[in-house]
Design a protein around this ligand. Structure first.
Ligand code: HOZ
Length: 427
């Protein structure tokens, strides 16, 4: 494959943008090499500036669940933008979006739109602290909730990828208020709540971890956390920025039958535009300004064009059978990859939920962050490049989940498995 134009662009970008990028993981630091620059995208495919095509398993890190450049989404954006790009006063599409989210996710009786998942999570913990009068929060090792100060403690995603799970610039006084737990460890959670439960404002969790590869909750684990929070008067926050509207229409909370107090969203509800949201119980959400005293604001929040893209995407995924089909294609991909690895004698394991998956270069099962870290990342990096050269784009980090869309059909899966057979054989 020729990557000349991408290499030239990256050389220019490196002089102008820190690391040549506007978000770290896409810089290819952990897998090595030069990132490709996108020219356009359609369906399951990304096309780079050198004319190469890739079956895309990143999907803009989650939003593109209906495939890239879906005509219905583009049409909604085009129609809406003709009336103006931003008003700074309320618009009807914000109300439509709030109605859609509250209808799909019953735990969210009210929502507030923001501009990113990071904004959603940091607003949710401000609300939790304000509402409970407590200061400490609990997060999980390897979970990533955006780059807010309180969350860059033993975090996943880019910080894990770069080996910087605690970031300089976060005041120790603030980081000390963030307690961490090992994911899927029942006893550790019980012990922590027994010790300091009275002081915990909220426990925030990715119900399926998507920022430390992909780790599923053990049977009863999320129920256990729900019970602990209720018992100790702490709020349970589900960070569904990745899982929301993906692993089921109503997200992980629907799939596992849990009612969190607050939830955070992003990605799919923006249909590819920069959007986030947080929502939850009415008595909590009514404490947000101007209904209540807890302040949070945003000039572009509820942007009409972003709402139109998100609403069009939600309409597509509300089609009957959408998530069942996504689940079937995720299994077909993961089963096929495991079979290809077995044939090549490579220790390999996948984890999966509808529309998202994890790839591990080790035997399974993988149920903990320690287990995820035990994957052979050097082997993953070689596999990543072998796949890329064969026209398949996986997340450029062993610590990011992969994503599928409804545009990934039999042909794309067959192409991926053909590339994988060659890539495993070449390891
Ligand atoms: N938060 C994104 C993945 N979990 C990072 C994307 C990027 O750095 O490009």
């Amino acid at each position: 494959m020729n990557h000349t134009r991408s290499e030239q662009l990256f050389a220019r970008a490196t002089e102008l943008l820190p690391g040549g990028v506007n978000s770290p993981v896409r810089a290819f630091r952990s897998v090595g090499g030069t990132p490709f620059f996108a020219q356009r995208a359609e369906g399951a495919y990304l096309y780079d500036v050198d004319g190469n095509a890739y079956v895309d398993y990143v999907g803009s890190w989650g939003p593109m669940i209906a495939g890239h450049a879906h005509p219905r989404v583009l049409e909604a954006v085009a129609r809406t933008m003709r009336d103006g790009l931003s008003f700074g006063v309320p618009n009807a599409l914000e109300v439509d979006m709030a109605e859609a989210i509250t209808a799909i996710v019953p735990s969210c009786e009210m929502v507030r739109m923001v501009n990113s998942g990071t904004e959603a999570t940091l607003s949710a913990i401000r609300l939790a602290r304000g509402a409970t009068g407590r200061t400490r929060i609990v997060k999980f090792e390897g979970c990533y909730h955006g780059h807010g100060d309180s969350f860059l403690v033993k975090a996943g995603s880019g910080v894990m990828t770069l080996g910087l799970p605690n970031s300089p610039g976060v005041p120790a006084a603030l980081a000390d208020l963030t307690l961490t737990l090992p994911y899927n460890d029942f006893d550790a959670a019980t012990a922590l709540f027994d010790e300091v439960g009275h002081d915990i404002a909220a426990l925030i969790i990715e119900p399926i971890v998507g920022n430390a590869n992909c780790i599923l909750p053990r049977e009863g684990y999320l129920q256990h956390l729900r019970a602990l929070c209720t018992q100790h008067g702490a709020l349970l926050i589900f960070d569904e920025v990745m899982t929301g509207f993906r692993v089921a229409l109503g997200g992980a909370q629907q799939r596992y039958g849990i009612t969190p107090d607050l939830s955070t969203f992003g990605k799919i509800i923006g249909g590819g535009m920069p959007v986030g949201a947080y929502g939850g119980r009415r008595d909590l959400m009514r404490q947000i300004a101007p209904a209540g005293p807890i302040y949070q604001a945003g000039t572009l929040s509820g942007n009409p064009v972003a709402m139109a893209a998100g609403l069009a995407t939600l309409e597509l995924i509300r089609a009957p059978g959408f998530h069942d089909a996504l689940e079937r294609s995720t299994h077909a991909l993961c089963d096929g990859l495991e079979a290809a690895a077995r044939d090549a004698g490579v220790a390999f394991h996948t984890t999966r939920a509808p529309g998202m998956f994890g790839l591990y270069f080790r035997e399974g099962p993988v149920e903990t962050f320690e287990g995820a870290k035990a994957s052979d990342t050097a082997r993953f990096n070689r596999f990543f490049h072998a796949m890329l050269e064969r026209g398949v784009y996986l997340a450029p980090s062993a610590f990011e989940a992969g994503f599928m869309s409804s545009a990934h059909g039999d042909a794309e899966i067959a192409k991926t498995l053909e590339a994988a057979r060659a890539a495993f054989a070449a390891l």
